[in-house]
Design a protein around this ligand. Sequence first.
Ligand code: PRX
Length: 564
Amino acid sequence: MRKTVLDPQPGSYNIQNEWIEDEAFEWEDVHRHFSWYETGKVNMAYECVDRHVEDGKGDKIALTYFSDEERLTYTFSELQQEINQWANVLKRHGVKKGDFVFVFLPKHPQGYIAMFAAIKVGAIVGPLFEAFMEEAVKDRINDCEGQYLITNQTFMERVHQKEIPSLRYIFTTDEAKADNEIPIVKEAEQEEVTVDVEWVDLDDGLNIHYTSGSTGKPKGIIHAHRNMIQQYQTGRWVLDLKDDDVYWCTAHPGWVTGTVYGVFAPLLNGVTTVIHGGRFSAEAWYDVLETAQVSVWYSAPTAFRMLKAKGEDLQNRYDLSALRHILSVGEPLNPEVIYWGYESLGLRIHDTWWMTETGAQLIANLPTRPIKPGSMGRPIPGIEVAVLDEDGEKLPPYETGHLAIKHSWPSIMKEVWKNPEKYQSYFPYGEEWYIAGDLAYLDEDGYVFFQGRSDDMINSSGERIGPFEVESKLIEHPAVQEAGVIGKPDQVRGEIVKAFITLGDGYSFNDELQEEIRLFVKGKLAAHAAPREIEVLDELPKTQISGKVLRRELKKRESAAITS
Ligand code: PRX
């Protein structure tokens, strides 16, 4: 019989925080950690890098990078100097406080340097996912009229400058090929290794991530420097980071997890951070865990399911003895996967819940608390959670409703770019409760059990996909007349994107056309958004009044097909 509760594993964790079980904890308690508590001078880049150098940790490894071709390390001093040189180049070309600087680079230390250089001059950094195709890139930069982009010539093929008129300069990490391109690495070599930091206010803009909902194009979620309060503290409580850890978050900074828990949280905690360039493969990932001697590892259920499917024979070929703490985010973590981790790695996998909009983890399985497989854990200290009914009233344990977070917390989004109505839509029952869009129930101990989304958003491999964006792209294909897109349950990816379409006159459906349509979406948006399945219907179900496609009906149809 499998245990229904997995107890903490003393010896594997290191809670080094005085407030963890303190009922009286307040976020202000964390302020004392930061240099600005004394100096009044705020900047995320300073807190992540410079302060560690000033504290005597300059020779400690900050970043360690692995790919098939290359292995690189940067100490905190080396990282600081390179950031400063890049920041000087940005400054010289006019980048200033409040400007948007997009970063479109692979998972590589240069991506980190680019982000921090932009932040250091006071700009708002917009990391773009490395697999974004031309329209995904264009829509995001155009939405906030971004003037600056840091990228390379390979990625530039997906940047259609003529359609992004706001772009003033493109900083390239390799060569420059046009008048408005600046070879940032080459120019940085000539720059001073010190820079005047642009000191900002805690509420000034730090980063922007575009995120999908069920309607419209992705929205720009802007976060502020004050996020560091919660990102630092969750790095201690949830990631359980300590000075000698080697930490690996597998997400690309183009996703919020990659920025917050791949870049900010570990470096705020001064911990050695692993970057793996390249795509997922079980062998490559186990190799990183072994070679880097990773002790704390943050990934996602789809990846764990893929590793599980590869079997223990493969896993046993690697020395994973340094690993002491594993975490998961982004999609439901099945109990099966937790048991796999427990039985084959000897460790619990700690689920965590948060969203782009929340800026940091809010619900988690802390290393010191029992895990109930199937639950995302409990709210962290300083956070209050409730489940509300349709009228905004609290529901008792075991009743499913809207997952709500008591407003506010340090890392909540600053704004939705140029869309105050969208911001307000997270507060349908008034200012007291932030509504996540997730459905959940609580048990009598306050553990939160995720039950799905209340809207049509799709979650495939932890990546958030808006059906509207995919539908809009599908109908641009000449063969597609109408489209309705849903998430179809999938054993490995959680959900896959499934499209229902009607065909234009004269078209007949076959495997080639299906593949052509799929590649059309993939080529314009990104691989993860392309429908893995396409089904042709004579007619799509629609609302009578507005004629909008009824995705709910498509979902019902799909589950009937699965169960029949
Ligand atoms: O539905 C929830 C799901 O991912 C959504 C947030 O997506 P995104 O903004 O892309 O951020 C992902 C990573 C921070 C949530 O509304 N989600 C996130 N974590 C979990 C989850 N679903 C189930 N279990 C989780 N642990």
